[in-house]
Every structure is written in C-alpha cells, then in structure tokens.
Design a protein around this ligand. Structure first.
Ligand SMILES: *Cc1c(COP(=O)(O)O)cnc(C)c1O
Length: 385
C-alpha cells in the first residue's frame, strides 16, 4: 500500500461490533480479566493501551521498522534510548542538535557515567576518528537543528557498525514521508512527534522506532518501568494528525522553497540555510537519501539588533518555540531552544544573535512573505539600518 494510504487507514486493535471508522479512544487506566493467570491482551495503560498501540503500529509501518513505542514527549523518547547505556559507555553525538538533546546528554546522560563526545557528522573522517576510541552509539540529526547540516546516513551506519556502535537518527525534521533512516542502515529512529507527525501545535509526544526486535524488547522494558508512555488522548490526536501527514509535508515544503527564495533576495538577510536550495552544501545528499527537503529553514540577518527587532514586529508568524505545525513559528535559537548550550559551544557552531529559525506553516506563502517584509521594514526604521 502507498504511504498516503497507510497514513489514512489504521487498523483498530480491538474488534468492535459497531465498526467505527476511526480507532476509538480508550480512556481507561486498567482492563479487567476473565480468567486467572490469563490476560486478554491489555492490563494497565502504563504498559499498553489499544489507542496508543494503534498509532505505534502506524508509525512503525511508515518508518519501515519492526516496532515503535510512543512516549509522552520527544525528550522522554530520547531519554529512554539513553537508558540502554551503562556507566563507562561512550556516545558520539552530532555537534549541532536540538538544544534539549544537548542538555540531556550534558547533564543527565553524563551524570549516569556515559561519556558523550561531539563531532560534525557531515565530516565522515572526523566521525571515523571519533569512533576509533570505541563507542556504543552514534547519535545524529539530519538535517540538524538549527543549522540544517545534512549527513550521510548510510555512510554513518557503516562507520558506526564497523566500530560496534548503534546508529540513532532523530528524524523529526523530515519525518518518514521524506526520509526513512532504518532503510539506510540506522538502528533506532527517534522523533519529537510534537512537530510534523502530530502536526497541529497541540500535542507533546515522542516516538522510538527500531529495526530490531531485541533492541525494542529492551526499550519496552525500560519504558514500561519508567512510565513515560503517551497517554490515550494524545495518542488519538497523534493518530489523527498522521492522516494528513503527506498533504501537510508537501505544502510545508513548497511554502519553505518559496520563502527560501524570497529570503535569498531580501536585502536584510545575509545567508539562508535550507537544503532545498541547490546552493546548499547538503542539497544533493539530502535528495539522494530521501524524497524531500522539509519545511524548516534558518537564516542570518544583517545584525543582532535587526534580528531582535524583527521578532517583535511580526503579526502572522508567531514568535514561539516548536515547529512542524499548521501555524508558521519563528524561533530565536540563542535565547530559546539553545539557551542552555554553553556560549563557547554556540560560537563554535555559528549559532549567534543574527540567526533566526523559521518553521514554515501551511498558510498561503504570499501572506507569510508579506508579514516578513513588513516586519523587516518596521525593524529597519526602529534600529536605523
Ligand atoms: C522538539 C525536538 C525534540 C524534543 O521533543 P519534545 O517533543 O519537545 O520533547 C527533539 N529533537 C528535535 C529535532 C526537536 O525538534
């Protein structure tokens, strides 16, 4: 079945004589039993719930994995994966990541005795070198947040496996509609389902998808023990969001392309980071390993003063954290997503006060452009540039 059809048709887990078209919402903590010592499939929602299980099955199929687990947030999903590792293990992570992941690695994973070292994963020689000291996992985002750096998933999988490490890919930005890392050799895919998968800026959720049953058995044990599973109502909302994933992703992408081209020509903008631009260093690679470039872009404006001012002059585009929803959102990484990243680390990466990140929404692109154009004009008058 085609991807789009799989998004729409999700099989209800429990036979229901009323034949509902949409999988029901099972708002129950517990399931009673008919026989002693024999459960009828479900017992307690922390372990599993039919509404959650249905959306897990859908996303497992979209990512072409063997199992998918739904979590209360993207961070809960990533934190669960980190529980696979023990003191003394080493993780090599990409140098440009979602700020919350960096905070988790630096302050929680490290505290548990797992060593985390950082490398630019678009530089395969640097990755090979970083893995040479031995590693349990290589953790990457591609494209990265917020600098949109693209890495070669298949090559990274080979390097990781040669070193005896797992390859973990955060696939939040492209979603399985545009990129399926497990088919390129990754072992684990993680998601902030809050973003494009749920897609409506109204749910916090996360996912882990595995390509190996042994791994997912270990992860399921950790997740039921920690109790970080997604609740039934949010599972139901996530399932509803998935139905329109292909439609939304195509529109996010065509809007982002239009915005990127407009920003390239905008006199207040110094540089546009969007893999869909032919001039982007990761353009060919992104095209080769996936089916699209997504709806996220970042750009440097002429000065920090201008960046700060423009954020307060927008009306349609909301100045807010998060991405991947119907509404266009603009983020200031330096004070929002990356506020907890040490300043020297930010400077090294090139995340500074001139960088803005835009999640291009589903509005008519000319309205988004008009909003930016007006805000730049107002900001120019304010800061006198
Ligand atoms: C938002 C985000 C996360 C964290 O997910 P939450 O659902 O906010 O916990 C992880 N990775 C990426 C790339 C993100 O954008």
């Amino acid at each position: 079945m085609d991807f789009a059809t799989r998004c729409v048709h999700t099989t209800p887990r429990i036979p229901d004589s009323l034949n509902p078209v949409v999988n029901p919402l099972y708002l129950t903590s517990s399931f009673s039993h008919t026989y002693v010592g024999q459960e009828d499939g479900y017992s307690y929602t922390r372990m599993q719930n039919p509404t959650r299980e249905a959306v897990e099955d859908t996303i497992r199929d979209l990512e072409e994995g063997t199992d998918c687990i739904a979590f209360a947030s993207g961070m809960a999903a990533i934190a669960c994966v980190m529980e696979l590792f023990k003191p003394g293990d080493r993780i090599v992570s990409g140098h440009d990541l979602y700020g919350g992941s960096i905070r988790l690695f630096n302050h929680v994973t490290a505290k548990n005795g797992v060593l985390v070292s950082v490398v630019d994963t678009s530089d395969l020689d640097a990755v090979r070198e970083a893995l040479a000291d031995g590693a349990s996992a290589l953790y990457v985002e591609t494209p990265t947040n917020p600098l949109m750096v693209v890495s070669d998933i298949r090559a990274l999988a080979d390097l990781a496996h040669d070193a005896g490490a797992l390859l973990i890919v955060d696939n939040t930005f492209l979603t399985p509609y545009f990129q399926r890392p497990l088919t390129l050799g990754a072992d684990i895919v993680v998601h902030s389902g809050t973003k494009y998968l749920a897609g409506h800026n109204d749910v916090i959720c996360g996912l882990v998808v595995c390509g190996d049953q042994g791994l997912s058995d270990r992860l399921r044990f950790i997740y039921k023990t920690l109790g970080s599973g997604l609740d039934p109502f949010d599972s139901w909302l996530l399932a509803r969001g998935i139905k329109t994933l292909p439609l939304r992703m195509r529109r996010h992408e065509s809007n982002a392309k239009e915005l990127a081209l407009w920003l390239l020509a905008c006199p207040f903008v110094e540089e546009v980071l969007y893999p869909g631009l032919e001039t982007h260093p990761g353009h060919e690679l992104c095209k080769r390993q996936g089916d699209g470039f997504g709806g996220m872009l970042s750009f440097y404006v002429k000065s920090e003063k201008l960046a700060r001012s423009v954020l307060t002059k927008l009306h349609l585009i909301m100045f807010a954290e998060s991405l991947g929803g119907a509404e266009s959102l603009i983020t200031y990484p330096i004070t929002q997503t990356h506020a907890d990243v040490p300043p020297e680390e930010l400077a090294q990466k090139g995340i500074d006060g001139r960088l803005l990140r835009l999640s291009v929404g589903l509005e008519e692109p000319s309205d988004i452009i008009y909003d930016l154009e007006s805000a730049f004009e107002a900001a120019r008058l304010e800061v006198g540039e």
